[in-house]
Design a protein around this ligand. Structure first.
Ligand code: NAP
Length: 514
């Protein structure tokens, strides 16, 4: 099923388009659908892989599933009454995305197997010159919907190159490897690893799990929908939206735990500790899995089978740091050597320094990566960046969540960029670029708010933080507020460039601060 070709016409790239979208995951798909809905027909979505899906197409590891309920982890404009369970597994989400793409009737605007190789802003022509694996294309508006969790991060382990066994990252699962009866090692105990380990534990001979930091893991309240509920989703008008709204509000109600009242987290952590004690009786193992930071500082994980899997006779949780690899073993700092046939690297993604940033050159010829390494990863409303006219991000800086659905944030960001494009056309604007003042004010406010959050005070080091310890990944307020702040494009926060022969546009109102 994975790798199945969508119904894309194999047309060559046109030389120019009004809007070019990079990536065909949730973000790229929403952008295409909403652009078309606004009346724009001159756009193209390029995608390096063979079909839609993004992270849900790539992460095919055993046990892959979503930790946000499907009723909320889906588009508001494409509710799915057929979700089989409250939390869906990867194949169902991927099928959902395929169906949404098919039903949109827009697949002829997608080019699969086309890699984004770079883009430079041409100040004279006021457009982006984009290089792709299928040739060059120019675009007035460039939308990066490439995703924050798309580039696997592999640690630099001494001796890794000399290891003779199979090695692969959780996001690049090698389905050709039969793990049955093998000695398997998993590095990492994050969101991916805690799903992989229980899913493979019963078929491998030995499973070594290398843990650097014990995560907080809450019970997963997952269940199959009853036939009557499914019928109600199909037949009772408004019922499914009501269920979705209740889930949404319940998730929003947890925001204070992260941003203002960590004591709520300490109450919740009691339930997590009870989760440990229910599954594990061995005091040594209990102590190993007990987290030593405030709940919420890293992503809160949910699982009913992670702790039971660790108690299996063929599973060993190793907390001693990895020293190096030999051709057939992993050696830990205490000089213990454990033989390994297959090494699974579940060490996450290059989340804060998005690699696409190194491929985009702005107004002054510097890459976004260079700009961000100097002033820190930041944007205006997580969407636009000073020095990079007509570039919009979907899931840009500080738009991630620890508590709710990224699909909601994606829809907010798409509404913002579609409104920007609508206003550009209406007012004859050739360029929009956030002012340095608007961007700086937005980020100063964000970072001031960050100081009190559990992500800053919780005593952990997470991938939310960049090399300078700034949280550049998460949104520190409610998603409802984000939606209000991005409901319409705010030209007052932008340098606006008129098309030649067009009267300079008015600057209607100053940019809103967060
Ligand atoms: P992750 O959360 O970043 O976890 C990476 C794991 O690898 C951590 O346990 C980390 O330890 C460990 N690690 C990293 N480098 C290491 C090294 N050099 N040596 C030893 N251990 C090392 O990555 P992930 O599990 O792939 O998840 C990434 C994100 O994807 C999640 O936060 C979530 O947003 C998303 N995700 C979501 C779902 C879902 O259900 N919706 C499922 C999977 C993933 P430390 O904690 O010590 O850094």
């Amino acid at each position: 099923m994975i790798g199945q070709q969508p119904e894309a016409a194999p047309e060559p790239l046109p030389g120019r388009v009004a809007v070019l979208v990079v990536g065909a995951g949730f973000a790229g798909l929403a952008t295409a659908i909403k652009l078309a809905g606004s009346g724009e027909q001159d756009f193209l979505v390029i995608e390096r892989r063979a079909e839609v899906g993004g992270t849900w197409r790539d992460n095919t590891y055993p046990g892959a599933a979503c930790d946000v309920p499907s009723q909320l982890y889906s588009f508001s404009f494409a509710l799915n009454p057929d979700w089989p369970r409250s939390f869906s597994a990867q194949p169902e989400i991927q099928d959902y995305l395929r169906k949404v793409a098919r039903d949109s009737g827009l697949l002829h605007r997608f080019r699969f197997g086309v890699e984004f190789e770079g883009a430079s802003w041409d100040s004279d022509a006021e457009l982006w010159r984009v290089e792709t694996s299928a040739g060059p294309v120019t675009a007035q508006l460039l939308v990066s919907a490439a995703g924050a969790l798309s580039e696997p991060k592999v640690p630099e382990l001494a001796g890794l190159a000399s290891f003779d066994g199979a090695v692969f990252h959780s996001a690049e699962w090698d389905h050709g490897q039969d793990l049955t009866g093998k000695r398997v090692a998993v590095i990492g105990t994050g969101a991916s690893a805690i799903q992989i380990v229980p899913a493979i534990a019963d078929r491998v001979a030995r499973l070594q799990v290398y843990q650097r930091t014990a995560p907080w893991v809450l019970p997963r309240h997952d269940r199959a929908y009853r036939p009557l509920e499914k019928l109600a989703m199909h037949r009772i008008p408004g019922y499914q939206r009501l269920v979705r709204n209740v889930i949404y509000l319940a998730r929003e109600a947890t925001v204070p735990m992260f941003i203002a009242a960590p004591w709520i987290g300490s109450l919740v952590s009691r339930s997590a500790t009870a989760n440990i004690n229910r599954a594990i009786s061995d005091p040594v193992l209990r102590a190993k899995v007990q987290p030593h930071f405030a709940l919420g500082c890293k992503r809160v994980l949910i699982s009913n089978d992670w702790y039971p899997a660790l108690t299996r006779d063929n599973v060993e949780l190793i907390t001693e740091p990895i020293s190096h690899l030999t051709p057939n073993a992993i050696v830990t700092a205490d000089a213990t050597s454990r033989d390994v046939d297959v090494l699974i690297v579940a060490t996450g993604f290059q989340a804060t320094e998005q690699p696409i940033a190194d491929l985009i050159k702005g107004r002054d010829g510097r890459t976004l990566g260079q700009a961000w390494s100097e002033r820190g990863v930041q944007g205006y409303k997580g969407a636009t960046v000073h020095g990079f006219p007509n570039l919009f991000f979907v899931i840009g800086p500080n738009t991630g969540l620890g508590h709710s659905s990224m699909v909601y944030m994606i829809e907010s960001q798409v509404a913002y960029l579609v409104d920007a494009w609508r206003q550009m056309r209406r007012h004859g604007l050739a360029t929009v670029e956030p002012t340095a003042a608007a961007e700086d004010a937005w980020n100063a406010d964000l970072q001031r708010r960050m100081r009190r959050t559990v992500w800053s005070t919780g005593g952990c080091r997470s991938w939310y933080l960049d090399a300078h310890g700034r949280n550049v990944a998460l949104w520190p307020r409610t998603t409802y507020l984000f939606r209000r702040l991005t409901a319409s494009f705010d030209p007052g926060a932008y340098h606006l460039g008129a098309r030649p022969g067009t009267a300079p546009p008015e600057r209607p109102r100053p940019g809103a601060s967060p």
